[in-house]
Write a protein that binds this ligand. Structure first.
Ligand SMILES: [Zn+2]
Length: 393
């Protein structure tokens, strides 16, 4: 159906061209969520007049909807695909939690839940628990299970795209060797699987405030530290899919041995695990990231010092990376985002010392507006991009 217009006449004829242009607009909305007509024009390379004609046609058919929104003080009408009853699911698994979101093709969240998981849970037991919650959520929201097109699933570890398996270097060793087939069998859905920081980056250009960004970096500071890269408008996967491993930038040759087998990686000095050890060295296991957030917001000097030191290390690693890829914007995500400036400012200061001046002055560094939902939303985007029938509408 992708080139259905071609059946109406010779390739290059008026109606064939209209069919192709219409498909470009539908593809842009499938990939990116909601856009103004001006953004659609920039994204597809079609003229404003062509976009306007096709959007009017799609609105008449009920294939898309338009909603008035205000962003940076300007009113604009954003176009998105109409809901058609189908859904996708986004899962994000962490050390002690899973987040589940159910989303429509119009990039709207229909249901969402976070569940706690026991430390060291076996991977597929965690997935089974999440599936049970998904079934409750769908039942309560009146969504037919048969309308679920597929799921995206994120976890904090490197995934080798040659084998589709989680490999060494993850903070969740119970996930090593888990493959896509295992997840599909456990969830009873088609599944795509990705590193959580890659999904955070994808969320920023689909659900977030950066849908127009071409070169973007998302860095997650949590139990582990990872980053996802959008280069030239697309998620960047490199040769085997193991990219953005900024948590394994060497910061101290003689430092502690890391999960990955090297020494003194960024993750061994700036993860939330290290922060908890520093703050609660007598009983780090009894405390969690919520305690760091609370103490930082209370202005506790020890906590601010720990954030300062961690931020300096993260900012240096980001500066070195930015010198290579020259991003427009770097988003800081993960469970500490509620801290705001006390987390961001030390990162920005160190970034300025390590990025070359032209890069440092032209790169925006912000806290992700998606907070700790970014990874699960990105997992839903991954599923929306891959499991929606290309023939829509
Ligand atoms: Zn490492």
């Amino acid at each position: 159906m992708r080139a259905s217009g071609l059946r109406d006449g010779r390739p290059g004829s008026q109606s064939a061209l209209r069919g192709l242009n219409r498909q470009r607009i539908v593809d842009a909305l499938t990939e990116g969520g909601a856009f103004t007509q001006a953004e659609l024009s920039r994204r597809t390379g079609l003229s404003a007049a062509t976009v306007s004609n096709i959007v009017r046609l799609l609105l008449d058919e009920g294939a898309v909807t338009a909603k008035e929104t205000t962003s940076s003080g300007r009113r604009a009408s954003r176009i998105r695909l109409a809901a058609d009853g189908s859904v996708v699911v986004g899962f994000d698994f962490g050390r002690r939690h899973a987040r589940i979101v159910v989303a429509s093709p119009s990039y709207e969240v229909l249901a969402e839940r976070v569940i706690e998981l026991p430390r060291g849970y076996p991977a597929l037991e965690g997935v089974t628990a999440a599936r049970e919650v998904l079934e409750q959520l769908m039942k309560r929201a009146g969504i037919d299970r048969a309308r679920a097109l597929g799921a995206g699933l994120g976890m904090p570890g490197p995934i080798d795209r040659r084998t589709g398996m989680v490999v060494q270097g993850t903070i969740l060793p119970e996930w090593i060797g888990v493959a896509r087939d295992d997840l599909e069998r456990t969830l009873g859905l088609p599944v795509l699987f990705d590193n959580d920081a890659n999904l955070g980056a994808l969320a920023e250009i689909t659900w977030g405030a950066h849908t127009a960004a071409r070169d973007l970096m998302f860095v997650k500071i949590g139990t582990g530290i990872g980053s996802g890269l959008i280069l030239d408008g697309r998620p960047y996967y490199g040769n085997i899919g193991v990219t953005g491993e900024i948590g394994h930038t060497t910061t101290d040759e003689q430092g502690a041995v890391c999960q990955c087998g090297n020494r003194g990686c960024l993750e061994t000095v700036a993860s939330t695990t290290v922060m908890l050890e520093l703050l609660y060295h007598r009983s780090p296991g009894e405390h969690g990231t919520a305690d760091i957030v609370r103490r930082a917001l209370d202005g506790d000097p020890g906590t601010l010092r720990v954030l300062e030191d961690a931020g300096a290390a993260v900012g240096a690693a980001l500066g070195n990376t930015a010198n290579i890829i020259n991003p427009e914007v770097i988003l800081v995500g993960g469970p500490l985002t509620a801290i705001g400036d006390a987390l961001l400012e030390p990162i920005v200061r160190a970034f300025g010392r390590h990025a070359v001046p032209r890069v440092s002055e032209s790169t925006r560094i912000e806290i992700s507006s998606l907070g700790d939902r970014a990874e699960a939303l990105g997992a839903a985007s991954l599923a929306l991009r891959h499991f929606q029938p290309a023939a829509r509408p």
